[in-house]
Design a protein around this ligand. Structure first.
Ligand code: SF4
Length: 348
């Protein structure tokens, strides 16, 4: 794994993005931003599962103004997602947004960008230059490929912001196509010192979207690229946050909550491991400590295969061996599988 690219840290409310700060997990609400109480409820749900930054859509003036009310009910920083109308960015700043996301594909007039930058500068609010392959500005050099066009669009806006003495910058270059996304990020990572927000856009429903996002995000993280991530899914945003942490946990970049190790099951298993692992996974959601829990289908290979688990069960016919750090501690009956395992997890 490559060492992490050194980026210039920025501060979004109380959250640091870039530099040595842990890679930040973020998401976006799917409620109507104008509906303040539903948006607060959803953000609180996201906070509960570890979301560290949240973005809200700002389609009109009412949504921009709603940010003030939303901020009163939540504790994580709020980023306003702005397209087309620079005045919405000004209103969102006025309402207390901790960060802005601008799309250079639809707000590019230097005069308008300048007004936003001045207002952001006064409040020390960072701006993400959020390039999206689906809404690119007209390319100046028509022969450029999509990844190159994305990079060129970002660099042009970076230059504009720098010319205004503004460096609270974060950049994203998202495409649906994973190789295009990776190419674009790899290229920009060498050209600018700012933190990168990485993700694959419009990735799809959880079944395919998590795979698509994971391939893109983890390839970049493995190369040391990325300071904050969002897994975009056509699902409740809670799923995005959970998937984000799973990616970071898989690469040993962050620790949060338990890790479930479960065997795939095979002809040797004498209990329904799929059902059991799903039930244990549900129970583990309530646990907040970093602990590795194993659910294995047989006594022959179970404890050995899950040697580095903290707590685990290896099941046989109607009974299971409960083990701790690879060592058997007791035998339990099938009706007690979940309760005995969870009691041990709580005690650990
Ligand atoms: S632990 Fe046992 S049941 Fe599970 S996959 Fe391995 S051999 Fe099969």
């Amino acid at each position: 794994m490559n060492p992490r690219r050194r980026s210039k840290p920025i501060q979004i409310g109380r959250v640091t993005v870039g530099g040595d700060a842990p890679i930040v997990v973020q998401s976006m609400t799917k409620t109507d931003t104008r509906d303040i109480s539903s948006t607060i409820d959803q953000i609180r749900e996201l906070e509960d599962c570890g979301c560290e930054l949240v973005r809200v859509a700002v389609p009109d003036r009412e949504a921009a103004g709603a940010i003030a009310g939303i901020k009163k009910g939540v504790s994580i920083p709020i980023i306003a997602d702005i397209h087309f109308d620079y005045r919405l960015a000004l209103m969102a700043l006025e309402a207390g947004a901790d960060g802005l996301r601008l799309n250079p594909g639809n707000i590019s007039q230097p005069e308008q960008v300048k007004k936003i930058v001045q207002a952001a500068q006064e409040r020390k609010v960072p701006i993400r230059i959020g390039v999206n392959a689906g809404s690119l500005p007209k390319p100046k050099k028509p022969k450029l490929g999509i990844a190159e066009q994305m990079v060129a669009a970002a660099l042009e806006q970076v230059k504009l912001l720098e010319s205004l003495d503004f460096d609270l910058i974060k950049v994203s270059l998202k495409a649906f196509d994973v190789p295009t996304t990776i190419e674009a990020y790899r290229s920009i990572a060498r050209k600018i010192p700012y933190p990168l927000h990485i993700g694959v856009t419009e990735a799809g429903t959880p079944r395919t979207g998590i795979i698509r996002s994971t391939v893109g995000i983890s390839t970049l993280l493995y190369q040391g690229i990325g300071d904050t991530i969002r897994v975009s899914l056509t699902a409740h945003p809670r799923e995005e946050v959970i998937a984000g942490y799973e990616i970071l946990k898989s690469l040993n970049l962050r620790q949060r909550g338990p890790i479930l190790v479960s065997c795939p099951s095979c002809g040797r298993a004498e209990v329904d491991i799929i059902k059991l692992a799903e039930a244990v996974e549900k129970e583990l959601v309530k646990i907040n400590k970093p602990i590795k829990v194993a659910v294995m289908g047989c006594v022959v290979n179970g404890p050995g295969e899950a040697r580095d688990a903290d707590i685990g069960i290896a099941c046989g016919k109607g009974r299971a061996v409960l083990f701790k750090k690879g060592k058997k501690i007791k035998t339990i009956e099938e009706r007690d599988f979940i309760s005995a395992l969870m009691a041990e997890v709580e005690r650990f």
